[in-house]
Write a protein that binds this ligand. Structure first.
Ligand code: C2E
Ligand code: CA
Ligand code: CA
Length: 450
């Protein structure tokens, strides 16, 4: 059936051709339903890529063809199914009097169930999960086949943000959020080039001595119209795209520039930490690029720490990411596992990645001074780290009580609002000077009282 559907594409026509047919079918359904009864669903297999990575790319069309046959079987006569070239399936529902939003929800649920049934392909058993977005004609101010398909795709994109296996209905808010994301994505590269994307810095201190043990660079977008944007506001717009490399390069250069400045001003900052996304870590040229930037700044590799999310470590066991991180660790850079405790990394993968430090996620730190369960969890993480020969840093430490308890439990370093909030580079020098003053004063008091 897939072959049949694709054969309907005009020879030499681009990928839009099948989408054009879906739009035409939706337009026809709207005409019959007098613009009020049409419905459109878009299905996207969120685990298709992983399954094809395992079984081989050549199996993709076989898997899709089998899925098309199944889904076709779950539709009514008159409903139409189209396979887009990006692997998404579009369903244009035949208009009926009773087709309302509730029935669309039921149809989406039924297709979801069918699409996710395990399938036997030769010797292989395949289990896909699938996201679905849908839209009813009545939800749109200006109804057309094109608008319906777009709206269903917007809903599918939203479902994909909650993959695996999510279903979402179109709403006007979703469309606005998507337009915002598109606009941020469209202007990010120019913003970075114009210096609007800047590193803010948050210190990390030793629980033993209080001395600064590192400083983490955190991205901020100084947006000319929207003010200061936090990563939560713009990372989702660029995640998984080439723009992550633009962000990474921007942050790395600013972090190394700042470290050089602090050195020249006589501050002792052992290392600057930069967050690296999965996308950047998969770049085969990353180790060489890091080495080049470090050389340009005249900094030893040990002055740079990479923060890698535990979820990334957990997902990769023997690929370019593992090789890159190993190579970078061998060069002498530090590698910290970020958000530790949230990403299901195995002990084997922790060993494989040659880590230096575990960053204990804020969810374990919150209220640790007054909560025995939290204390037990942190103690368990600390003893695991000790056995594996890793240092520890607790992040998101907000209160003096949390700080004191973490020190007492044996956590090596802390980072959080109780030490300092992330600050622009211009403020770091005076914070470092004040901190040095505070430490010297504490030492004088200590000497006097002993
Ligand atoms: P993260 O790496 O876990 O960074 C810690 C986050 O916790 C930061 O949020 C920081 O501002 C916040 N934080 C620090 N101390 C405290 C505290 O005491 N209490 C609370 N409640 N929060 C605290 P931020 O700056 O919004 O960054 C969010 C996430 O965005 C980061 O989480 C990181 O995963 C990502 N991110 C930030 N900058 C970059 C970057 O340059 N590249 C990449 N790939 N990701 C980045
Ligand atoms: Ca981090
Ligand atoms: Ca973190």
């Amino acid at each position: 059936l897939l072959a049949l559907l694709l054969r309907r594409v005009r020879p030499g026509a681009g990928p839009l051709a099948v989408a054009d047919q879906a739009i035409a079918a939706l337009d026809a359904a709207l005409a019959i339903g007098q613009g009020r009864q049409g419905g459109c669903l878009v299905l996207q297999f969120d685990t298709l890529q992983a399954v094809c990575d395992r079984l081989g790319r050549a199996r993709q069309s076989e898997i899709l063809a089998a899925s098309v046959t199944r889904i076709r079987g779950a539709l009514r006569p008159g409903d139409l199914l189209f396979a887009l070239e990006d692997g998404c399936l579009v369903v244009a529902l035949a208009p009926t009097e009773r087709l309302d939003l509730e029935s669309l929800v039921r149809i989406a649920g039924r297709l979801h169930l069918v699409a996710q049934q395990p399938m036997q392909l030769g010797a292989d058993m395949v289990q896909l999960t699938c996201c679905i977005g849908f839209c009813h004609a009545r939800q749109l101010a200006n109804v057309s086949g094109q608008a319906m398909l777009h709206a269903a795709q917007v809903a599918t994109d939203e479902a994909m943000q909650h993959a695996p296996g999510a279903i979402r209905a179109y709403t006007a808010d979703l469309a606005q959020a998507r337009a915002d994301r598109d606009s941020l994505r469209g202007s990010f590269a120019a913003a970075a080039a114009a210096g609007q994307v800047r590193a803010h810095f948050q210190p990390q201190v030793s629980t033993d001595s209080g001395a600064v043990s590192g400083i983490e660079a955190l991205a901020r977008w100084h947006h000319p119209e929207r003010g200061l944007l936090m990563p939560g506001a713009f990372l989702p717009a660029i995640e998984g795209t080439e723009l992550m490399a633009v962000l990474g390069e921007t942050m790395l250069i600013q972090a190394l520039d700042a470290l050089q400045e602090w050195d020249q001003a006589g501050f002792r900052v052992p290392s600057v930490s930069v967050n690296f996304s999965q996308h950047e870590l998969a770049d085969p040229e990353l180790p060489e690029r890091l080495k080049w930037h470090l050389d340009c700044h005249g900094l030893a590799p040990g002055r740079l720490t990479l923060e890698v999310l535990e979820s990334v470590v957990a997902k990769h066991c023997d690929d370019i990411i593992v090789r890159n991180i190993r190579r970078i660790a061998e060069m002498g850079c530090g590698v910290d596992m970020d958000d530790f405790g949230t990403g299901n990394a195995s002990i084997t993968s922790i060993r494989r990645f040659a880590l230096r430090r575990l960053k204990i996620d804020r969810s374990f730190v919150r209220g640790v001074d007054g909560n025995r369960d939290q204390q037990q969890l942190v103690t368990a993480i600390l003893s695991l780290a000790e056995r594996l020969g890793l240092e520890t840093l607790a992040e998101g430490v907000e209160t003096k009580g949390e700080h004191a308890m973490l020190a007492q439990l044996g956590c090596g370093h802390v980072q959080g609002f109780v030490v300092a909030r992330p600050m622009p580079v211009e403020e770091v020098g005076s914070w470092l000077a004040d901190h040095r003053g505070r430490l010297a004063e504490a030492l004088r008091i200590d000497v006097r009282s002993s």
